[in-house]
Design a protein around this ligand. Sequence first.
Ligand code: ATP
Ligand code: MG
Length: 365
Amino acid sequence: MQHLVELQHVTKVFAGVEQSLRGTKLEAKGPALWLRNLSRLARLTADTAPPVHALADISLSVAPDTIFGLVGRNGTGKTTLLKILAGLIRPTSGTGQVAGIPLTDPAEIRRRVSYVSTTGWMGLEWPLTAEENVRFFAALCGMPARLARCRTEEALRDVDLWGERHKYPAQLSNGMRQRVILARALLFRTPLVLLDEPTVGLDPVTTQTILALIKVRLRERGQTIIVTDHQSAEMAQLADHLAVLRDGRIALQGTPAELLALLHGVTVIEVQTAGMDLPAGPPPDLLLSSRWEERPGALGIRVWHILARADAHTVAAVLDWIAQPAQPLAGQVVLLAESPPQLADVLAWLEQPPTASSPKAEVRR
Ligand SMILES: Nc1ncnc2c1ncn2[C@@H]1O[C@H](COP(=O)(O)OP(=O)(O)OP(=O)(O)O)[C@@H](O)[C@H]1O
Ligand SMILES: [Mg+2]
């Protein structure tokens, strides 16, 4: 099967930022002045910031008709990878193709890809209404006027904004503006749609609307989707295939079920205690990881999130460990719950440094 996207050993290094523009066209203009003042203010002595290795050795394939999810913490390279796939920036090295076009021909790639970034500033025109903004974008991209009118209505209805179409960006909420930006990507029937955090900042109901839109409508149209998100629960719901980025590299890949299977035999225990001291003794052997946070308030509620090997004694052993106060009878357990691991647990697990008692040898990365 011909893949819609194929990358081999792609890297991206961003060159250091020039802090002196002397001798460039910009010397006498605003940015040069701004940088010069900034340098003076911060007493910067170096001429350039160091280069950033944003992506390293990325190899991946995306089959047609899939929803491919990219997850990872801030700064792990998700947006950089999407921009390369959108033909907006070039990789530093590596090869590949997007919708049959080699990475060396970004202008042609741009014709076959819709790219939406809801996190960056994608320039809504403030003097235009929501509807005019979408139609203006269609016109900019060369869409004939009649088709642009139909598609604009369809796209605004899809993102549930038809009722607000006469409002100006200043009259819309952040989430609504974001949906206008999303509507612009729905105008086209490109084989590949790239969505950078499409639901960030949206309320839960709107998030579900957008997820359904991606899952059903874009799919019906035969479009392949690559989507990034921080919300791993949403990605588990949405994506057929996931790649987890870490420090610019792919740390893990697979279906959500395959990634969850990495924590096979592991159970998640939540314990809430009130007014209790921290455990004094060592954790039980079957405990794999634990973290806790204090809830604000007078009750002194501490919430534990624990991963442990599942067996008949797990819950009792964890409870014994947590409820062994330095002062007898101090505090109490107010909640105890056990559940299977979620994708977020797998991702949190990846971030942990390996320890002697770590089961990572059993967990294939
Ligand atoms: N134009 C640029 N010039 C220099 N460095 C950059 C540039 N764009 C991104 N970077 C750096 O590349 C790395 C990856 O950034 P990127 O925006 O791809 O991360 P991300 O995974 O999308 O993060 P987030 O979740 O915060 O959106 C970061 O270290 C970032 O500082
Ligand atoms: Mg990003």
